[in-house]
Design a protein around this ligand. Structure first.
Ligand SMILES: O=C(O)c1ccccc1NCC(=O)[C@H](O)[C@H](O)COP(=O)(O)O
Length: 274
């Protein structure tokens, strides 16, 4: 069994226990009154086709306690405090892992972060059932993650439509040319290339440069994973990332605000060729 499949099996089991805690009709009402999706899209530099792109490279800063590839990464007693530091450093989006078994995250972490920051918040989880999207909205997420490798075309289309219906946007994550083609075909506005291979868990940051040009230029392009140092964000920036998702390097940083700021400035300068 692949790592991805074993994570998804755990997610489904955990979901059974909390399925009845959110009234879906209430969430539909809540979502109809909100317009966070456009804000979240714009804050990542997204533009309608034909308009100029925002030239700055945005940092999506992740609250990540542990991971299947690295085990424990950092004690995070107050995710809200960490998220506030990210925001102070200029993070455009805060990503919060809510998967419990392998990443040590929770919906409580999402609640705490949501209450602490005003920038958009991404619920980072393995989305396999419609209920999770209602749940994400109920807990204040502006964005959710859709992993193309975990979904067939029908589910991808259904979940993207549901995401938009609930007033959210989706970071649609890919690893291969075929997955990028599927993400683009379904109308994903924000497409990420995750440089972590989900079968081996190895990271190869050159994957982003190899695949990035396959993403249509009117989509927001996100480089995900593998940042360890400034040179890595400079590489992603120079290769045209609109946004970069960073987890481990930020939770291990002694000064998360300064690190986010440095990453943002370095990636933006690299993108501009400075
Ligand atoms: O991080 C893992 O080990 C992992 C394993 C299996 C599936 C997903 C995994 N990570 C999720 C992510 O996409 C990362 O948390 C995110 O891109 C940040 O990565 P990093 O900066 O390398 O911590």
């Amino acid at each position: 069994m692949t790592v991805l499949q074993s994570i998804i099996d755990g997610v489904r089991e955990d979901l059974e226990g909390r399925r009845l805690t959110v009234d879906e009709r209430e969430i539909i009402e809540l979502a109809s009154a909100a317009t966070p999706a456009l804000d979240a899209f714009a804050s990542l530099g997204g533009r309608e086709a034909g308009e100029d792109r925002d030239q700055s490279v945005h940092i999506i800063s992740e609250v990540k306690r542990k991971s299947p590839s690295k085990g424990a990464l950092a004690e995070i007693p107050e995710p809200a405090a960490l998220a506030s530091m990210y925001e102070a450093g200029g993070a455009s989006v805060i990503s919060v892992l809510t998967e419990e078994r392998r990443f040590g995250g929770s919906l409580a972490d999402l609640d705490a972060v949501r209450a602490a920051v005003s920038v958009p918040v991404l619920r980072k989880d393995f989305m396999v059932e419609p209920y999770q999207f209602f749940e994400a909205r109920a807990h204040g997420a502006d964005l959710v993650l859709l992993i193309v490798a975990a979904l067939d075309d029908a589910k991808l289309a259904e979940f993207l439509a549901l995401t938009h219906q609930l007033g959210m946007n989706a970071l649609v994550e890919t690893h291969t040319p075929e997955e990028i083609q599927r993400a683009a075909a379904v109308g994903a506005k924000i497409i990420g290339v995750n440089t972590r291979n989900l079968k081996t868990l190895d990271v190869d940051i050159t994957t982003f440069g190899a695949l990035k040009d396959l993403i249509p230029s009117d989509r927001v392009i996100v480089a995900e994973s593998g940042v360890q140092e400034l040179a890595d964000v400079q590489l992603y920036g120079s290769q045209g990332a609109d946004a970069i998702l960073v987890g481990e390097a930020l939770v291990k940083s002694g000064d998360p605000a300064a690190t986010v700021r440095a990453y943002r400035e370095a990636a933006t300068a690299a993108r501009a060729g400075k």
